[in-house]
Design a protein around this ligand. Sequence first.
Ligand SMILES: [Fe+2]
Length: 260
Amino acid sequence: MKLAFGRSTETSTQCVVPLPAQPLDRSRSDLLLSAGYFRESIPGEVLATRSWGELARSYSSLPRDTYYEEGNRFRSLNRFRAILRAQTIHLSLGEEGPYYQPRCYNAELGDLQRLYTSNPVLTCFSEPLLWIIARHLETIEPIVGSSLFEIRVHMIRYQPEPTRPCDSSPPGLHKDGEPFSSIYLMAKTNIVGGATAVADNNLRQLEQFSLDLPGGGYFFMDSAIYHSVSTMRSGLDDAIAYRDIFSVDFEPVPTRLLCE
Ligand SMILES: [Fe+2]
């Protein structure tokens, strides 16, 4: 999909993004329903934008995740709200608030109201975010029949040290409890491990892969699969190691709320 980045409306907190005026491609929706996930990469034209570079550089300023010290990770949380209406996405800032997962989804950090600061570099106008949202609203909308979505963007740096590996949370095969999620690699250096595994709901592994190139990623429907990320270790003792992830959660909201 080639995304036109024209905006018919711009304010500091809202932008309007027209979707391409071409027939909707239902193949990704069908693939998501049949397989539960698919892999894909952000196209080169989006990786070449200034905002991709600004976002990539901002990872070195992310605050430490104090809720998971042993994970040795740094992270932010930005919230948006998207409405898909007449082939146009209306994207605005969402309400700030804690991030919450029930304990059944995360035994270590569940049932906590986790407060993460938002990353000021990420805005409604960031081209990588617009591409991801446009791409996946097209994918999800035919499945859920909703046109209103809460969107959460997690920017996470895993930074293992020679004597201190990093784990994602929770470790091992799990579900996140977010209805739909996309995960993309922003950057990776001097990392050993960090492989993604995907399994069906009977815990039979379907695939294992590593995100090695910037923009590489995958998109999944949480109810259909389990996923995991293996422990990350630093490769060379005296060199900094990090793995930067850009993760976008999509939560459909019942459309009736639009009228309230
Ligand atoms: Fe997860």
